[in-house]
Design a protein around this ligand. Structure first.
Ligand SMILES: Cc1ncc(C[n+]2csc(CCOP(=O)(O)OP(=O)(O)O)c2C)c(N)n1
Ligand code: SF4
Ligand SMILES: [Mg+2]
Length: 272
């Protein structure tokens, strides 16, 4: 029987705003399948976002959802988790929202190792506002604000997250749709701050400007550059040139923030 996405969607919020060929919908369906696999309860699951095309995602889902200010999703999500540590907290948002205006909140959430999952939909651009370059726009790529080519190097979100202290970091792509739910499910089960970067496409503001002839060409690029971490172990540095590793990239167990904070409260109340 076909998977029933409808039971998790708010019909009154449709039609969605995403352009034909945008990868955000593929990621939303992956998130729904992950939630279904884990059996997360709607009333015990908060899905939090900032602003952007990616950040519209929680509005379509029938959970406890928060659509907040641009770049502030991790801060709002931290508040939810601190008030209700028993809740599953999932943040979703774009590369611009999470690594530009929200970069500060993102790295500090990583550092605290607070138990939540941050799904970052990296389409290399500010899609919603017409294609300004983001900290994840590749060097040389064209954006509305870099019409002669972007001089800046791009963030490697996974390395940034690991360096800042995240204890689970994974990467997938919108092309590899069936892997998305597995990565998200593993991330949600991890006790600590987990990051899942999904390489995505924005045909409207990035693809056209950068001479992709079609959505299929953008998707094929994701297929071609992705190398699973296991396969990469057998490849030479030359073979890995221009490739991006996918799968679970990093995992470690470390004290989790809400648990440690509860101990501080106990001490303040006169416990040990
Ligand atoms: C404080 C503030 N600054 C700027 C904006 C304008 N703005 C809205 S969405 C956005 C960028 C979104 O890019 P991204 O997070 O990558 O999401 P995408 O649209 O690409 O999915 C910007 C700059 C805003 N809404 N609020
Ligand atoms: S502008 Fe880009 S990111 Fe926004 S919905 Fe359209 S394709 Fe998706
Ligand atoms: Mg973006």
């Amino acid at each position: 029987m076909a998977f029933d996405y409808d039971k998790y969607i708010r019909p009154g919020k449709l039609p969605h705003i995403w352009c034909p060929g945008c990868g955000h919908g593929i990621i939303m369906k992956g998130l729904i399948r992950a939630i279904d696999t884990l059996g997360l309860e709607k009333n015990n699951t908060a899905i939090v976002s900032g602003i952007g095309c990616a950040s519209r995602l929680p509005g379509y889902l029938d959970f406890c959802t928060l659509h907040t200010a641009h770049g502030r999703a991790a801060a709002f999500a931290t508040g939810v988790k601190m008030a209700k540590p028993e809740m599953n907290v999932i943040v979703v948002g774009g590369d611009g929202d999470g690594t530009a205006i929200g970069g500060n909140h993102f790295i500090h959430a990583c550092r605290r190792n607070i138990d939540m999952t941050y799904i970052i939909m990296n389409n290399n651009i500010y899609g919603m506002t017409g294609g300004q370059f983001s900290p994840c726009t590749p060097t040389g790529a064209k954006a509305s604000t870099t019409p002669y080519g972007n001089p800046d190097p791009a963030f490697d979100i996974a390395k940034l997250a690991i360096g800042a202290g995240a204890t689970f970091v994974a990467r997938g792509t919108a092309y590899h749709a069936t892997q998305i739910d597995k990565l998200i499910a593993e991330a949600v089960q991890h006790k600590g701050f987990s990051v899942v970067e999904i390489l995505d496409d924005c045909p409207t503001t990035y693809g056209r400007r950068n001479k992709f002839k079609s959505v299929i060409e953008m998707m094929n690029r994701l297929k071609d550059i992705a190398v699973p971490v296991k396969a990469a172990e057998k490849m030479t540095p030359e073979q890995l040139q221009g490739k991006i590793l996918t799968g679970v990239l990093y995992k470690e167990e470390k004290p989790e923030y809400t648990t440690e904070y509860a101990k501080v409260i106990d001490r303040a109340k006169g416990g040990k």
